[in-house]
Design a protein around this ligand. Structure first.
Ligand code: C2E
Ligand code: CA
Ligand code: CA
Length: 511
């Protein structure tokens, strides 16, 4: 069991790792999009902030550079983080700035002020400056005659985000339309980009587009980032599933133990359901149906344990118990002369050894029963792997005078090959087809087909699950007289079955 659990753990773990890894691409794309949206949002805020700061300053022509005014500029940039640098120019001369940095503004006069392109309002211009080596600065300029302020706008988190994820794996391009066009890049990537995302925002007449591109290295970053969590996640899922499998397996084992105990303590008992000839109401036999009578007196129906018992092979022992009990009860009912039969359900596994045959012949001999008092029924619902071997095993029963019925005829694997190969003498027509009587169901044509097939092949028929007189009459008209169903009687334990038979004899002999 430890091996199975270990294997389950490994398979689930591997499957989880593969799945999560696949989704990492998806996460990277999501991250790229949310970065871009955030960035654009901040970009707009910065534009407004720079405008506001420049607006608060006095007319540049009256602004005199001295320690006091430099302090004022420094204070303003400190107050507005989006504005990196604030300064004043007279002519081509940078007079003073918030920090003692010289911004490369050569030829700005020709580049900017002489062009109306970059005008964003009365006396306000936008331009780039100091671009190079992957560094970018956007300038907002307020002009007044020969004097002008400039505010260098921090390109907001661009570098931070790129460095946070990976160097040179992300590139941001801003395009400002409506000027008509101002374009600037965050950095030059060394690798080709593999994903791209574009987002736009309209602010007055300004339309800002942001393009973000990421390289394979950007994916790798997310792959590595989620590596640890993938292992933890996969480990947790695999442990959970391994634990549940363990519980299920031990439950199965304990159910197996409980059933084995029940076999030991003879808790599986036969119930008998009568089979009646509808022409004269005479009981012609009964089907043996297993019930699990627990020590507390409760009775467990077959669907709760038969499938499991069949799966695990425990059905073989259960059947052995039922055979012995049935043989005893045949004597109690005085059915030993073989005029009436007890029909016992078997499964294909019963035909793999001679154990069942040996047991039944021993019972017949020991109690002096007619072999005709016992018959077998095998369901068509289960596959028989080796029909020839099964047939060989069945020959022993036939030689002895024990016949075989095909249960649930028309519902399963075997079809007519079972009938031809196995030596079936009687078909038990399943309740499924009996239920189609009265309903004008398409399946009722199947019922007709089964009946005509049985007649032409000279097979006996027993209709199962017959619940009302209408069905009895319908079947009688078509030559099906052997009826098993609630219309006559439900499955009963031996005592009740004896009483039922007695009551029936009494009414039949008086009527
Ligand atoms: P099955 O062999 O087809 O047995 C007939 C089932 O139909 C029985 O259910 C019976 O009670 C039910 N039945 C009969 N007439 C009527 C009716 O008029 N109306 C309705 N609604 N039902 C009716 P049961 O006893 O619950 O058994 C269910 C199944 O369990 C059986 O179906 C059989 O496949 C399996 N089984 C029972 N005992 C054994 C056994 O000893 N060995 C094996 N291998 N299987 C068994
Ligand atoms: Ca049956
Ligand atoms: Ca059946």
């Amino acid at each position: 069991m430890a091996k199975i659990i270990g294997l389950i753990f490994l398979i689930v773990f591997a499957a989880c790792m593969a799945t999560v890894n696949y989704f990492n691409h998806f996460y990277a794309r999501q991250a790229l999009q949310s970065d871009a949206e955030q960035l654009l949002y901040q970009f707009h805020d910065a534009l407004l902030e720079a405008h506001e700061v420049l607006d608060t300053l006095p007319d540049p022509e009256v602004f005199a550079c001295n320690p006091e005014t430099v302090k004022q500029l420094a204070y303003l940039t400190f107050e507005h983080p989006a504005v990196r640098l604030l300064g004043i120019l007279h002519g081509d001369q940078q007079d003073c700035a918030s920090e003692p940095i010289l911004v490369d503004l050569s030829n700005y006069h020709e580049r900017i002020l002489s062009r109306s392109d970059h005008k964003v309002g009365e006396n306000y211009f936008l331009s780039t400056a100091g671009q190079g080596a992957g560094h970018l600065d956007l300038l907002m300029i307020r002009a007044h005659g020969d004097a002008r302020y400039f505010a260098s706008i921090n390109p907001f988190m661009v570098d931070y985000l790129a460095e946070f994820a990976c160097l040179d794996c992300l590139e941001y391009d801003f395009v400002i339309d409506g000027l008509p066009k101002l374009e600037f890049k965050s950095r030059a990537m060394k690798q080709n980009s593999v994903i791209e995302y574009k987002t736009s925002r309209m602010e007055g007449a300004l339309n800002v587009d942001l393009y973000v591109r990421g390289t394979e290295a950007f994916f790798d970053y997310y792959r590595e980032l989620s590596w640890a969590s993938t292992i933890v996640f996969s480990g947790l899922v695999a442990s959970l599933i391994a634990f549940l499998s363990y519980k299920l397996l031990t439950l199965r084992q304990s159910l197996e133990r409980v059933i084995k105990d029940a076999i030991k303590f003879n808790e599986f008992i036969p119930y008998y359901q009568p089979i009646v000839d509808s022409r004269n109401g005479a009981v012609i036999g009964a089907e043996v149906l297993a019930r699990w009578q627990r020590s507390d007196g409760s009775v467990v129906p077959p669907y709760q344990f038969i499938p499991f018992a069949e799966d695990t092979g425990l059905i073989l022992d259960i059947t052995n118990r039922l055979v012995v009990r049935t043989a005893e009860d045949i004597l109690k009912l005085q059915w030993q002369n073989g005029e009436k039969f007890m029909s016992i359900n078997i499964v294909p596994d019963h035909l793999k050894t001679s154990e069942l045959f040996d047991l039944i012949t021993a019972q017949i001999e020991e109690r002096n029963l007619s072999p005709a008092s016992i018959s077998l029924e095998i369901t068509e619902r289960m596959q028989i792997d080796d029909l020839q071997a099964a047939r060989k095993s069945l020959e022993q029963f036939f030689d002895k005078g024990i016949e075989l019925k095909l249960d649930d005829a028309g519902t399963g694997y075997g079809g007519f090959s079972y009938i031809q190969e196995l030596g079936i003498s009687t078909l038990k027509i399943d309740k499924m087809f009996i239920d189609t009587i009265e309903k004008d169901d398409v399946k009722s044509s199947v019922l007709e087909a089964i009946i005509s097939f049985a007649k032409s092949s000279d097979l006996g028929m027993i209709a199962e699950g017959v619940e009302d007189q209408y069905q009895v009459d319908y079947l009688k008209q078509r030559g099906v007289f052997s009826i098993q169903g609630y219309v006559y009687g439900k499955p009963m334990p031996i005592g009740e079955f004896q009483d039922w038979l007695q009551a029936r004899n009494a009414t039949h002999s008086t009527s």
